[in-house]
Ligand binder design. Structure first.
Ligand code: GDP
Length: 327
């Protein structure tokens, strides 16, 4: 019988790539989406455009236990990938209450519904390198203590602990993927990588003059989302549920990303980059660098895309996007 997967956050970058991967593996793919998304397909479901007729979307809310129970009782999915969250850090500062409530309760509701109504379902939680925040060790591994610097990071630590605790207390198959920043042409415009590649394309095509950025010394371990959804799936195929760091093990600054993105389009970043202090965060994460030794050993996973390939893919795609859409 075909395996079934339920994905929360299916409309996002990772949700769309994961759906494509699971369809290739002959899964029946179900997505939990807010009702508003179903009513505004053009704006909210654009990443799923190519596969909309192959997946099943269900209107439910991570803020409603009743709607989650109904869905899980009905589907009893083989695998549940919980990717849905308020994920953009700036919003986390501006709307801390809703970030904490939605992210923590949503995870707890799902785990509780699995325990009560579908204990055979495997559960994946999208934990995040933001949990390391003000890093206590370099590079970060599964054993590095957390020191989150935003309500988003705090909510992810809580979700991580809930997932681990349900695994230990109730013997459920629950695992955490501690994914470092992962980008792609489907990244939202609010993240720095997409902001940069979109600006580069607009500047190249003469519809934008400069690019304003905040903290360009911040360093990240950036990978390609396509590689990272494979790691999620691999974690769910193991005999034993465990937590894994997923990263490239290489670090670059926002400035490095900017330089390379402009260079890829044949431009010199120095002519266009402006620093705007208003874009600095109240408490930023200055450096993130992961160690994926455990994933390499147990999952046999390694990133296929290098930093250079990622930047090239994003710039090429944004040049095409701006040319076609005109904005
Ligand atoms: P994050 O790692 O989840 O916070 O991913 P982001 O892509 O939002 O930010 C990565 C880093 O880029 C952070 O340290 C930001 O402070 C820094 N950064 C510098 N300028 C900007 C900007 O204009 N927008 C965003 N989103 N981040 C910026």
């Amino acid at each position: 019988m075909a395996k079934t997967a339920l994905i929360t956050g299916i409309t996002g970058q990772d949700g769309s790539y994961l759906s494509e991967l699971l369809l290739l593996k002959n899964y029946k793919v179900h997505g939990l989406v807010r009702r508003v998304a179903l009513e505004d397909k053009t704006h909210r479901l654009w990443r799923l455009r190519g596969i909309l007729n192959k997946i099943n979307l269900h209107a439910a809310s991570l803020e409603s236990y009743a709607s989650i129970v109904k869905l899980i009782q009905h589907l009893k999915p083989t695998e549940i990938y919980h990717l849905g969250a308020q994920s953009y850090i700036d919003y986390a500062f501006k709307d801390e209450f809703s970030t904490l409530n939605t992210n923590i309760n949503g995870t707890h509701y799902l785990l509780s519904a699995i325990k009560e109504f579908s204990p055979k379902s495997k559960f994946y939680f999208a934990a995040s390198s933001e949990m390391y925040g003000k890093v206590l060790e370099i590079p970060q591994t599964e054993k590095t203590p957390f020191y989150p610097r935003s309500t988003y990071g705090i909510s992810k630590v809580a979700g991580f602990d809930l997932t681990r605790n349900y695994r230990e207390a109730y013997n459920l198959f629950c695992c955490n993927g501690i994914l470092f920043n992962h980008e792609s042409p489907r990244r939202g415009f609010e993240f720095v990588t997409r902001k940069i590649t979109h600006a580069v394309a607009r500047i190249k095509l003469g519809i934008q003059k400069d690019l304003k950025l905040g903290n360009i010394e911040a360093k990240r371990d950036w990978g390609h989302a396509k590689d990272y959804v494979e790691a999620m799936w691999l974690m769910m195929q193991q005999k034993k549920p465990e937590d894994f760091v997923i990263c490239t093990g290489k670090q670059h600054s926002v400035k490095d990303f900017t330089k390379l993105a402009f260079k890829t389009a044949g431009l010199d970043y120095k002519k266009y980059l402006k620093i705007d202090k208003n874009l600095n965060r109240p408490a930023d994460v200055q450096t993130l660098l992961g160690d994926h030794s455990k994933a390499k050993k147990i999952l046999k996973w390694k990133n296929k895309h290098s930093f250079e390939m990622l930047v090239k893919d994003m710039v090429a795609s944004d040049l095409e996007f701006v040319e076609k859409e005109g904005y």
